[in-house]
Design a protein around this ligand. Structure first.
Ligand SMILES: Cc1c2[nH]c(c1CCC(=O)O)Cc1[nH]c(c(CCC(=O)O)c1C)Cc1[nH]c(c(CCC(=O)O)c1C)Cc1[nH]c(c(C)c1CCC(=O)O)C2
Length: 352
């Protein structure tokens, strides 16, 4: 499929997940989990043994297996492509690695205009392993949709400018406030790279895409609107013509929910801090919501888990479209059986 073709009904078109994204009636509330593939699954730890994270993302058969693992075990309504937000940066030659237990670490942070030259455009040839893996996956998945994803310009910039994970984003925000032109140019470069990465995934067969602006909650709404939102708008605009749902998620973004919808999302992801009925008021009409069980609830007993999931469903009762998810990613020590129970509970409680 290319942009602006009339979207054709596909094998996944009538899935509960895509219907909920389009705000159509659903047979049950669809469920998937951010970070559903990964360390909470013993079968993941087994196949990843001895293979560095970023290398694992370049092996199509391994990517296929890891992406399918949670679909088989948990009964979720969608698969999420096994990759990472820093994969496109690595693919254009940025010297970075994912350090276990730490996260992405960038050898030479981007701090000056000269550093920007290290961010060249991403072409499909840079990530042929992504195209190949998605081809394998969509054949295996059949009617189950595959969600592609990318990091939003701000969240990618936070790693590139800080050089690694940060609690304060002091270098990134100092650039944003102190050198707005350099900042705008950096985010614009990242928007092009992100858009190119999403296009590769959609053209290879992804049924929906999620833009992770995980750390945008660090920003005041006025700064988000002026200094970050234009780059995210550029990303969403670039993939609008494909007709696949676009999901927009960040952590601690209660004050930004309206703007994150306005940026061009069809579905707004909500963390656990804002109940979904209140989130719907902040986002306004015409968008589905995704979320938002606190991931730590999975560490509690069965009855508490069901009661807390019920609270999410009750808050979502009046929404135009609801995709059940956690308010952030599955934590590594989560019991996979609790995840499977949660899927079962949501499906049963919402069966129509
Ligand atoms: C901020 C961010 C990153 N990566 C991602 C985000 C946005 C989501 C969020 O807000 O949590 C996105 C991501 N990363 C990964 C996925 C896979 C798909 C899925 O959700 O199942 C997704 C969607 C694989 C991964 N990405 C990573 C792992 C764990 C590494 C491993 O298994 O060795 C996985 C499965 C590594 C990673 N990569 C990143 C971090 C913070 C870490 C964790 C570091 C650690 O605690 O070890 C950057």
């Amino acid at each position: 499929m290319t942009a602006n073709d009339t979207p054709q009904p596909t094998a996944t078109y009538d899935s509960a997940f895509l219907k909920a994204c389009r705000r159509e009636p659903v047979p049950h509330t669809p469920v998937w989990f951010m970070r559903q593939a990964g360390r909470s699954l013993p079968e993941y730890r087994k196949v990843r043994e001895g293979i560095p994270m970023l290398e694992s993302c370049t092996r199509p058969e391994l990517v296929t297996e890891i992406t399918l693992q949670p679909v088989r075990r948990l009964g979720v309504d969608a698969a999420v492509f096994y990759s990472d937000i820093v994969v496109p940066l690595k693919a254009i030659g940025v010297d970075l690695d994912i350090k276990p237990g730490v996260g992405p670490v960038v050898e030479q942070p981007i701090r000056t205009r000269a550093d920007l030259a290290r961010l060249r455009d991403l072409t499909p040839e840079d990530v042929t392993y992504v195209t190949e893996a998605i081809g394998l996956l969509t054949r295996e998945l059949g009617a189950t949709p595959l969600i592609g994803f990318a990091g939003a310009p701000f969240t990618l910039a936070s790693y590139l400018v800080e050089g690694g994970p940060s609690r304060t984003y002091e270098n990134a925000k100092a650039m944003m406030y102190g050198d707005p032109e350099l900042w705008a140019d950096l985010l614009d470069r990242l928007a092009d790279i992100t858009a190119a990465f999403l296009k590769v995934q959609i053209e290879a067969g992804a049924s929906a895409v999620q833009l992770f602006d995980s750390w945008a909650g660090a920003l005041a709404p006025a700064d988000y609107r002026k200094s970050v939102m234009p780059a995210s708008v550029k990303v969403f605009d670039a993939v609008a013509g494909y007709g696949v749902p676009r999901i927009h998620f960040g952590v601690g973004t209660g004050e930004l929910l309206g703007l994150m919808g306005e940026a061009g999302a069809d579905v707004v992801g909500v963390d656990w801090r804002v109940p979904l009925d209140e989130a719907a008021r902040r986002v306004g009409p015409g968008k589905a919501l995704q979320g938002n069980l606190d991931p730590t609830v999975l560490f509690t007993d069965k009855d508490t888990l069901a009661a807390k999931a019920r609270e999410v469903l009750d808050a979502a009762a009046g929404l135009e479209g609801h995709v059940f998810n956690l308010g952030h990613g599955v934590m590594p020590n989560t019991d996979p059986d609790a995840l499977a129970r949660l899927v079962e509970y949501v499906h049963t409680a919402t069966a129509r």
